[in-house]
Ligand binder design. Sequence first.
Ligand code: SF4
Length: 70
Amino acid sequence: MGLYCLHLKADKDRCVNCRKCNTRCQMNLEVNALVQQNRMQHLECILCVDVCPHGVISYHWWRIGRSKDV
Ligand code: SF4
């Protein structure tokens, strides 16, 4: 047993830097830059998942206290 929380992850190698994710971000973040820096853990509203035409951004469950995906 453990606690899990929903986070985002990105496959930066598939990103074409079109910046559509930036236009959808309600916090006005440069999501494309976060994708390239592998810093998706800071995003919570998840609107960028649906707008990316290349499926770069996806959901995943993260077990609290562990360093690996589940
Ligand atoms: S919308 Fe997708 S492909 Fe475009 S910059 Fe954002 S993550 Fe990259």
